[in-house]
Design a protein around this ligand. Sequence first.
Ligand code: AP5
Ligand code: MG
Length: 216
Amino acid sequence: MLKMLIMGPAGAGKGTMSELIASNFKVAHISSGDMFREEIKHQTHLGLQAKSYITQGLLVPDEVTIQMVGNRLKKDDCQNGYLLDGFPRSLAQAEAIEDFNINAVINLQIDEHLLVDRIVFRRICQQCGTIYNIKLNPIENAEICPKCCGKLYQRNDDTYEKLMVRLESYREETKPVIDYYRQKGIVYDVDAGQTIDDVYKQIESILKNVAEEETK
Ligand code: AP5
Ligand code: MG
């Protein structure tokens, strides 16, 4: 069974690649960021707890995040494998899932200067969640989803200033998590500065090998 993580800085393409991986490898896609945004939208207690951190570009405290993701991993759709996107992001979070025996960590590597356009021009469909970029991969109408005609929106942490804060927290808190998994020998580095198709091709060939090893 594939139990995977996808890691990388804000805008590296975790969400974009997760959509492709989840549909081709038939695993549940669990994005902690998406889960928090849903909670905020519905103004739940958890959403209210997370909101001020997310709008500042800071990490939500570990105990809140670990509980949310832990509950999600117990759901039925995770029994055939899963892909965690944006979790773990601190060593405490990684230790909390130590017993899950993750078998692959896709590490998206990219020059930080490429991230600005990816973040500032990102738009997301309110209805189906598809991720777009109105500068790098222009669509006919920058306000309407070409797939489902839903309205496109911009995340409120997608500004240049907030990106700088998010990148700082990535360097300080999340990079040590990659080293933690590297010591276990399960990190696969991917050049995320290429086109969406070319980044996915690298990931697909890595995961096909991992899946094959798992069935042995
Ligand atoms: P989260 O939602 O995880 O945000 P993030 O890590 O900052 O990453 P993004 O979602 O911004 O980028 P992505 O890598 O998914 O890129 P995407 O595929 O969209 O977290 C948000 C916040 O929630 C955090 O700041 C924190 O506050 C909180 N949080 C979440 N998890 C937490 C945790 N575990 N602990 C504590 N707090 C937590 O792509 C970006 C753009 O680039 C798009 O426009 C896309 O179309 C484009 N693009 C993608 N790939 C390519 C390519 N190859 N070529 C050209 N364009 C591309
Ligand atoms: Mg994302």
